[in-house]
Each structure stands twice: as structure tokens, then as C-alpha cells.
Write a protein that binds this ligand. Structure first.
Ligand code: ATP
Ligand code: MG
Length: 722
């Protein structure tokens, strides 16, 4: 075995961490300093030098993508098969435990995971059944309350609501919600972790088994663990495991979801004999990008404080682009990526990061317009799309008739004459007799409480589900999906809708069949059956590793989901006050530091080139808003920056001759100008925002009030000036 190979490509501090004697260890270091690299090499070291079995190793990462990458990297370094090593996210690993020990966890074998949408729907129903007004008890607030308590490891019985009526009611909602989930065999995200933790506490024999097994626990991105995740690791580690955690307090960005950066300090107290290793050399970014990021984060108080330096050259300055509006911003980004591509760069090396998912739409439009491939991580994920969730709802109800969330979702999709009144009767009966909706419906039919048309409609729906179950039992998964999509009426429902949106829904449904066809059963879940595994896969992975993973495509994602990743070319879009930092962070002063850490995370993803852009005006909720550049831009010293204001060049008299001339010609050609309001026979009224091309090829971009932005050929569009 060649030990030096494992230490190749590491600096002294990294080597110290990788080759340390077996013990507890904290690697605390800034972005791009090689923490993840150290973790990966350490796993290989444990196996090859310390002769530890992969079976005894548990590695926790933050996303499924990171887990897959780590497995691959370790296999490359260690050159052996890691099949028996447990590596995954907290949720993924806890889910695996619950599946394996469903009885000990007090769950039915076919338990299903519900996402936050399903959870909200369920809560709405519960609020209604408790006669609580949604205005006084917004479902989202109840959801936040329940998830927050679960993240802290608290069941209703642990909570003392004191004499406060609102708190009392929230507690009661939590109780009723949990009872209803338990009856239906449903598990929400926070519940996965809570149950896995309770499994340790309530089943000492299981805990002993896993403590015996996992001698080595390694956790990446430790600064973003919450209380329950920390407790889970703490209990599992007991007094014998060796725990290595790596993290960076400056990249703690999930405080809003209950993550506790203090866990880094707590670790040192709770895990005896821990050593701390600091890494200070950054290998990712050019000096300009690194120094600018360091200066930005220095504005935060209460940091553990780290020095990061690089041997790299200054590199290009950070470009700050001031856009006229969000469409101009998208166009600029696309044109820079085109330049990059023309010089031989790969699209996949370019990432666009934004604060909130909604910002992706305009960018997507710009890419579609140019015919440039792009991929979205997170956000509008495949399995989160409406039509996919409808189809999965059928699959889930076929799999488990007591799945209330699925029942609610599809009982009247497509519409089959089951009205709100009938549904209310079902819900009330379910609530009164502690039944699931399916059981309640059966009872209502048997007792003839439902009669006539309503009864027929409900019976028809239930027959459909039962028939589908029988008919698809022996089918292969993908044939089953196809049958369900057709027989349920979903396909014809969307076919009957007109327009592009409906078309893309049909395409998505087709893609679901493809997804089922290419679904590979994870070895460790073989016992649970293919359908169950597929349903869990849909709920857990929600679009990570999309179908077109091999196409060269620009990567679009939120700043949050960019954590841990790196790209040669990074754009941060929409860096405006009210967007980033978000309005919410501005309203609640203490969230500003976390937004700045998010900005630090974003900037430090860039290796060669970083471009930050903001728009002077932006359409939000269909309204034009004027924005000012984010304070974070002001915090980057000018010496690292080059400002770009193309529009200013157009409007500044001294510069205008060069750039505005062709535009003026087009304007003369077409008779239209930017900002002008026009009318289209089909799309209605809108404002001209841009144009390109000449003569027959002249096109204008119009932002229509009703249908949004469109590019139109002037010769064909028959636009009328208003
Ligand atoms: P983040 O905080 O963003 O998660 P990190 O500390 O985990 O960053 P890595 O992703 O492990 O950093 O490393 C950043 C980049 O630097 C990677 O491309 C990695 O391969 C490279 N790198 C790390 N250490 C070295 C080294 N000693 N020599 C050369 N390259 C290195
Ligand atoms: Mg990392």
C-alpha cells in the first residue's frame, strides 16, 4: 500500500489532519481551503493505513450530490469498493435507519415521506377541523412551530405552553397533526431525524449495535447542523467512536432553519481530547476574489477569525454590472457566457447564483431564447412540479390507501364531482373517529351517510384506486407509471389544457415514465420493494441528478444550494437591497450577518472569474420596483472591482455616437423605441424593452402585461403604437 499517495497533493496542515492518530478532531477553516479534500483523504487513510473496514465508517455530507461525489473521490483515492460504507446526508442516513428498523421506530413498513407542501395541506385540514381561523393561525406559522420543535427534539409532551392561549393552540395543532401523520403512516422531514434520534434513546440494543459498528464518524459542513442532528451524532458516537468534523463558522447559512453554529464550540466540550486543526491556504480562488471575500466577511462581528491566503495570481477583477432591468441583467450574463464558450470554455463551468428561486425564470427565458443548455439545481425541481406530484399522489395512494396527504391531493384531480361539502364530511368523520380519509370514506359509504351523486363519485374514485392497484401489481415500475398517468385521467386533463404550460406538463409526465424506467434500486433498500423505493427517492432527492446530467449546461442554483461547490466562472445575480440581503433579513436586523455569510459563500465559489450584477428596476409580483445596489457590493474594496455600466454608455452624450447609433437606426426602421407602449392582437398591451437585428430580421422584445416578456419579429407582429 502506498501511503505517500494518500498524502500527495496536501499541505502540511492537511497532512496533519489526514494522518492524525485515531481521535476526535475539528478542522476549522475558511472556504476553499481543502476541508472536503481532507475529509475524503482521511476516509481513505482510515481504510488503507489504519486498516479499518469501510463497514466501520459513517460519513455525513450536506447534499446527495456531495455524498455521491465523496464516494467517487474516496474510491479514486483508495481504489477500493466502498459498498458497505455508510455515506449520505443526515436525512438520507436517518431514513435508511427507519426503513431498516421500521418496527422499532413504530412505523408501518410502507411509511411515506411528505414534503413541506403536503405538510401544509395537511395542516390546513387540521386547522379547519379544529375550527381555528387560518388568519389567526396561519398554516405556515403552525408548520414552522411544529418543525422548529421537532428540530429541537421536542414532542408535544415535552412542551409546556404555559397559560398562553396562542401557544396552547399551536401545541394542540402539533398534537393533532402528529396523531394524523401516525395514523396515515406519514413522516415529515423533521420527523425523520427526530425518530432516528429516538431510536437511539428508546432501543439500547440497536444503539449498541451501531456503536459497535461505527468506529469512525466524519461530518462535512458541521456549522450547519441543528440540535437534533448534533444529538444524533453525539449519542451514536458514545465514548468510543472517533469523530472528525470539518466546518467554517463564516459559512453558516441555515440559522433560519434551526442550524446552530455553536455546535462547533460544543463539539470541543462534548468530545474529549479533540484537537483543532486550522487550514489557511486557499486553493480555489484567484487572489482578487479571495481578498474581496475576506474583506466582505470582516464586516461581521463575533467571528472565530481565520486568515486565508493564496499563492494564486491576482487574476481578473470582479465585474460589477449595473443592469437597466432584470432582462438586461439576464442578457448580459448570457452574452458573457457566450464569450466564454467562444473561447473554448465549457458551459458546465459557469454557474449563476441567486438569492431566491423565483429569480431563475428570467434567466431561463434568456437561455431558452439563445438555445443555450442550462440546468437548475434545487428550486423548480422535477419531482416538485405540480403534474409530477399529482401522478406521484396516485402512486402513493395505490401503495398505501391510508396516505392522507396523497388522498387530499388527488381526490378531485381531475375533477370528478367530489365537492367541498363531501370532503368536509369525510374530514370531520376521519377526525371524530380517528380514521384516515380512506377509512372514513368507506364508513360513510357503508353507513349510507353519503348518498346519490356524491356517493357515486366517491365510490368511483375508490374503485379506480383499487382497480389500479390490482391491475398494476405485476407490472414493471415504468409501465405502472404510464398506466397510472393514463387511467387516472391526468394525461387527458392536461391535454385538454391549451398552451405551452400544458405542453410542458405532458412532457414532464412522459419524463416521469422515463425516470421510472431508469430508476435503479439502491442496494441497501432492496427489501422495501421497488415502488416504495421509488416513492422515497422522489420525496428525498427531489430532482438532484436530473436526467440531462451529461449535457454540457450552465448551472443555475440558489446561493444556498451552491454550498461546497466550485466553478471557474460565477455570476451572482440580483444583488440588490431587498433581494440580497433579503427584505426579511432587513426587517429583522439579526439576520443580516447570515446574509453576509451567504454572500461570502457565493463569492468563494468562484475560481477564475466572478461577476456580480444588480438591476436598477425589477418586476416583482408584476410590479416595477426600483432598487439600489446591495450594501454588500459597497463592502468590496474598489481595488478588486471593475464596474460595468453598458447602459450608461448609451445615454452619456460623449459616448452615445458609438453605441446608440445602430439602435437609433432600428428605431427608425421599425418606428418603435424602447419604453414605448404597444398593442399586439393576441398578447395585448406591453412595453418595448429591447431590440436587435435589422430590416426583415429586426425583432423587438415586449414585456406584455398579461403574458410576460416575448421577442417578436417586427414584420410579422403587427404591433400598434398606443
Ligand atoms: P468549502 O468551504 O467551500 O466547502 P473546502 O474547504 O471544502 O471548501 P475543498 O472543496 O476541499 O475546500 O477544496 C477547494 C479546492 O482546492 C478543490 O478544488 C481542491 O481540490 C483544491 N485543493 C485543496 N487542497 C489542495 C492542495 N493541497 N493542493 C492543491 N489543491 C488543493
Ligand atoms: Mg467543502
Amino acid at each position: 500500500m502506498d501511503v505517500s499517495r494518500l498524502l500527495d497533493g496536501l499541505n502540511d496542515e492537511q497532512r496533519e489532519a489526514v494522518g492524525a492518530p485515531l481521535s476526535n478532531m475539528l478542522v476549522l477553516a475558511g472556504a476553499g481551503s481543502g476541508k472536503t479534500r481532507v475529509l475524503t483523504h482521511r476516509i481513505a487513510w482510515l481504510m488503507q493505513v489504519e486498516q479499518q473496514s469501510p463497514y466501520s465508517i459513517l460519513a455525513v455530507t450536506f447534499t446527495n450530490k456531495a455524498a455521491a461525489e465523496m464516494r467517487e473521490r474516496v474510491e479514486k483515492v483508495a481504489g477500493s469498493n466502498m459498498g458497505r460504507m455508510w455515506i449520505g446526508t443526515f436525512h438520507g442516513l436517518a431514513h435508511r435507519l427507519l426503513r431498516t428498523h421500521f418496527q422499532d421506530a413504530n412505523l408501518p413498513q410502507s411509511f411515506q415521506i411528505i414534503d413541506s407542501d403536503d405538510q401544509l395541506r395537511l395542516l390546513k385540514r387540521i386547522l379547519k377541523s379544529l375550527n381555528l381561523d387560518e388568519k389567526q393561525y396561519p398554516p405556515r406559522q403552525a408548520q414552522g412551530y411544529i418543525n422548529g420543535k421537532k428540530d429541537q427534539g421536542l414532542r408535544p409532551k415535552h412542551i409546556d405552553a404555559g397559560g398562553f392561549p396562542i401557544e396552547q393552540n399551536l401545541l394542540n395543532i402539533y398534537k393533532v397533526y402528529q396523531e394524523s401523520c401516525d395514523r396515515a403512516g406519514l413522516v415529515d422531514f423533521a420527523e425523520i431525524l427526530l425518530r432516528a434520534h429516538e431510536l437511539w434513546l428508546n432501543k439500547p440494543h440497536l444503539l449498541a449495535h451501531y456503536q459497535e459498528r461505527f468506529k469512525h464518524i466524519l461530518v462535512d459542513e458541521f456549522q450547519d447542523t441543528n440540535a437534533i442532528q448534533y444529538a444524533w451524532i453525539r449519542v451514536l458516537a458514545g465514548n468510543s467512536a472517533n469523530v472528525m468534523i470539518v466546518g467554517d463558522d463564516d459559512q453558516s447559512i441555515y440559522g433560519w432553519r434551526g442550524a446552530q453554529v455553536e455546535n462547533l464550540h460544543k463539539f470541543l466540550q462534548d468530545f474529549p481530547g479533540s484537537s483543532t486543526i486550522r487550514l489557511e491556504q486557499n486553493y480555489r480562488s484567484s487572489a482578487n476574489i479571495l481578498n474581496a471575500s475576506n474583506e466582505l466577511i470582516a464586516n461581521n462581528p463575533d467571528r472565530l477569525g481565520k486568515k486565508l491566503w493564496t499563492e494564486d495570481k491576482d487574476g481578473e477583477p470582479i465585474s460589477i454590472y449595473c443592469a437597466f432591468n432584470e432582462m438586461d441583467e439576464a442578457r448580459y450574463i448570457v452574452s458573457r457566457i457566450q464569450d466564454w464558450q467562444e473561447k473554448g470554455g465549457a458551459l458546465t463551468d459557469c454557474a449563476i447564483l441567486y438569492r431566491s428561486n423565483a429569480q431563475s425564470r428570467v434567466l431561463e427565458e434568456a437561455f431558452l431564447h439563445k438555445g443555450m443548455a442550462y440546468r437548475i439545481y434545487g428550486g423548480l425541481r422535477f419531482f416538485e412540479r405540480q403534474e409530477i406530484k399529482d401522478a406521484m399522489g396516485y402512486m402513493r395512494l395505490i401503495n398505501n390507501h391510508n396516505d392522507d396527504a396523497a388522498f387530499e391531493r388527488i381526490v378531485n384531480t381531475p375533477t370528478r364531482g367530489i365537492g367541498d361539502r363531501t370532503l368536509d364530511i369525510m374530514r370531520t368523520t376521519a377526525r371524530q373517529h380517528q380514521l384516515t380519509l380512506w377509512q372514513a370514506s368507506l364508513r360513510l359509504l357503508e353507513e349510507k351517510v353519503l348518498a346519490g351523486r356524491a356517493a357515486n363519485a366517491v365510490r368511483g374514485f375508490m374503485d379506480l384506486i383499487v382497480d389500479l392497484k390490482v391491475d398494476t401489481e405485476a407490472m414493471q415500475l415504468f409501465t405502472m407509471v404510464d398506466t397510472v398517468v393514463n387511467t387516472s385521467g391526468l394525461r387527458s386533463m392536461y391535454q385538454a389544457e391549451k398552451g405551452e404550460k400544458a405542453q410542458s406538463r405532458i412532457e414532464n409526465l412522459n419524463e416521469l415514465v422515463t425516470a421510472a424506467r431508469s430508476f435503479e434500486m439502491p442496494e441497501e433498500l432492496e427489501d422495501m420493494g421497488e415502488l416504495n423505493a421509488f416513492l422515497s427517492h422522489a420525496a428525498l432527492e427531489a430532482g438532484e441528478g436530473q436526467a440531462d446530467a451529461f449535457t454540457d449546461a450552465v448551472q443555475l442554483m440558489t446561493l444556498h444550494s451552491a454550498k461546497g461547490l466550485e466553478f471557474p466562472m460565477v455570476f451572482m445575480a440580483g444583488v440588490e437591497e431587498g433581494i440580497f440581503p433579503s427584505k426579511m433579513a432587513l426587517d429583522e436586523g439579526d439576520r443580516l450577518d447570515e446574509e453576509r455569510r451567504l454572500c461570502y459563500v457565493g463569492m468563494t465559489r468562484a475560481m477564475e472569474k466572478l461577476t456580480i450584477s444588480y438591476a436598477e428596476s425589477r418586476r416583482i409580483y408584476g410590479r416595477e420596483d426600483y432598487a439600489s445596489p446591495s450594501r454588500f457590493i459597497g463592502e468590496i474594496p474598489a481595488k478588486y472591482v471593475e464596474e460595468i455600466r453598458l447602459r450608461a454608455k448609451v445615454t452619456t452624450p460623449t459616448m452615445s455616437s458609438k453605441i446608440s447609433k445602430p439602435r437609433a437606426t432600428i428605431a427608425q426602421d421599425t418606428g418603435f423605441k424602447i419604453g414605448q407602449t404597444v398593442k399586439h392582437f393576441k398578447f395585448g398591451q406591453g412595453d418595448i424593452t429591447s431590440f436587435e437585428g435589422m430590416g426583415d430580421k429586426a425583432r423587438v422584445q415586449v414585456n406584455f402585461t398579461d403574458v410576460g416578456s416575448k421577442w417578436l419579429l417586427v414584420t410579422l407582429a403587427k404591433l400598434e403604437a398606443c
